[in-house]
Design a protein. Structure first.
Lengths: 196, 177
């Protein structure tokens, strides 16, 4: 590909542009996702040669993408990991997704993932949405595998909590809506009685 | 859509739904077009570089070849010219070109002279290359030479003469080997 082989580029691009795009989409938003893909592949074309002895190609590409993503996210936005006790407190068992449509689940989950601190957001994206193995994910985020596992556990706990709040708000909204409907019904009935 | 009621199962199912929903998402066609253009530029640049390097390599090989040939020619011309029998019981070296050997010559004449033996050194010869063992001149430190002189009186080439037989001839032959 670095020799200007168009077919080799096409094969590689087809295999990896989607995962890189989605990783960027979930971690820094749709506005930057295209740029991250472009910059990642430009580095592959022009930059340091990929060395298979140092890891997988997927890990290498996600690593480049992460570098560009972090450049786009200011230090203030790179939220710190939460303390263990806080995370455990968040791990509440709730049947949060019960009764939602597929579109509602997607919307709620995306919002919940976006609400996660970056260190958890990227782990959920890499391990759960892009299904990278822990070793590759650890290479991408440059931390031990154990840290990847613990971050993923905390991230899931936070997602449950966030979705629980969402579910509660939805339920309250339904109840308010039901109450408003019944109030309207009572008013209509009262008006009919007065008219008769 | 109904999701499993187990909370962990629900989350896993929900993540799967998000994964499937996003599976078709990818970078825009513009990104691919820009990257393909970059690949083409890299290909062209590389082809140009390969061509330049090939030309440079060919030039280096040509120069190296020319130097090698030139050196071989110079070495051959530096070596004592092969000796040959001239008749009359003499053996002679080949002609050594002199300074004006490049000038055209007609009606040249061969003039035999006796020259100091020290003159051999200036042609890369040693005293054992040409010997005149029996002659009185040899004893006196001279050696016979045939000088090719043009009608303009300018010497073009010279060869040195030795006697056949005895040490003189043998030494010349050994030198040739």
């Amino acid at each position: 590909m670095r020799r200007g082989d168009g077919e080799a580029f096409a094969r590689l691009y087809a295999a990896y542009q989607g995962p890189i795009y989605r990783y960027a989409l979930h971690t820094c938003g749709a506005a930057a996702a295209d740029d991250v893909v472009q910059e990642t592949f430009l580095v592959l074309l022009r930059g340091e040669r990929f060395d298979p002895r140092r890891g997988t190609l997927a890990g290498y590409l996600f690593g480049i993408a992460r570098h560009h993503i972090l450049k786009r996210i200011s230090a203030a936005q790179r939220e710190l990991p939460m303390a263990d006790e806080v995370v455990e407190a968040l791990a509440v068992d709730e049947e949060v997704l019960d009764g939602m449509s597929r579109a509602e689940v997607v919307q709620a989950m995306r919002a919940a993932i976006q609400a996660l601190p970056l260190v958890y957001r990227e782990i959920v994206t890499l391990c759960e949405l892009e299904e990278l193995d822990y070793a590759t994910a650890a290479a991408v985020v440059q931390c031990p595998i154990g840290t990847v596992r613990s971050r993923l556990h905390r991230a899931k706990a936070m997602l449950v909590k966030t979705l629980g709040r969402t579910g509660q708000e939805r339920q309250e909204g339904r109840e308010r809506q039901t109450g408003q409907v019944s109030q309207v019904g009572s008013a209509v009935r009262a008006a009919r009685v007065r008219r008769s | 859509m109904q999701i499993e009621k187990d909370p962990v199962g629900s989350l896993a199912e929900a993540l799967k739904v998000v994964r499937e929903d996003a599976a078709a998402l990818g970078a825009s066609d513009d990104v691919e077009a820009r990257l393909r253009a970059e690949v083409r530029i890299i290909g062209r640049t590389r082809a140009r570089r390969v061509a330049v390097l090939s030309l440079a390599a060919a030039a280096v090989l040509a120069v190296a070849g020319a130097v090698t040939v030139r050196r071989a020619v110079v070495e051959r011309s530096d070596a004592p010219p092969a000796a040959s029998e001239t008749g009359g019981g003499e053996v002679a070296t080949a002609f050594f070109p002199l300074d004006y050997s490049g000038m055209p010559v007609s009606n040249a004449q061969l003039v035999r002279l006796e020259v100091p033996r020290a003159a051999l050194a200036s042609f890369g010869l040693t005293s054992i290359d040409v010997r005149d063992g029996g002659s009185a001149a040899a004893v006196g430190g001279t050696v016979q030479a045939d000088v090719l002189v043009g009608e303009d009186g300018v010497a073009r080439a010279v060869r040195f003469i030795g006697r056949i037989g005895g040490d003189d001839h043998r030494l010349v032959q050994e030198r040739e080997r």
